[in-house]
Design a protein around this ligand. Sequence first.
Ligand code: DQA
Length: 148
Amino acid sequence: MNILFLNGPNLNLLGTREPKVYGRATLADIEAKVRTRAARLKVGIDFRQSNLEGELVGWIQQAKGKSDVIVINAAAYTHTSIALRDAIAAVGIPTIEIHLSNVHAREEFRQKSLIAPVCCGQISGFGEKSYILALEASVDVKVFKRRH
Ligand code: DQA
């Protein structure tokens, strides 16, 4: 099984970016924890970050036939990007939306996700643990898909 982790704009600044909201872990710290857990689960990981919407769209398109599940923290594009939503819908790969912070407890503009309707589910508010929870959910996504 292969899981593609995609990270959107400004997540390269984790560690120093608003630590009260996003914690002190860097994206590299989070990636290392995901890889350790994935090795135990015998799952392959591709872990990427981009500040560019089009690059994220390209990676989603290229995942067809390669990745079994996409885990995406689309960051600010969550709330704005019809292009990301359409890419997720187009490839048909089970996708899990994640956030470090609880977007529903923050500003009103963060409470709307354009990608949520085309994702299997959303994990929001558990800090870096959101990534591990999504990895564990990914392993069960095939079962989840069959049930729906
Ligand atoms: C975020 C929440 C988004 O609203 C924000 O734009 C981010 C990070 C999170 O992980 O909590 O950049 O996706």
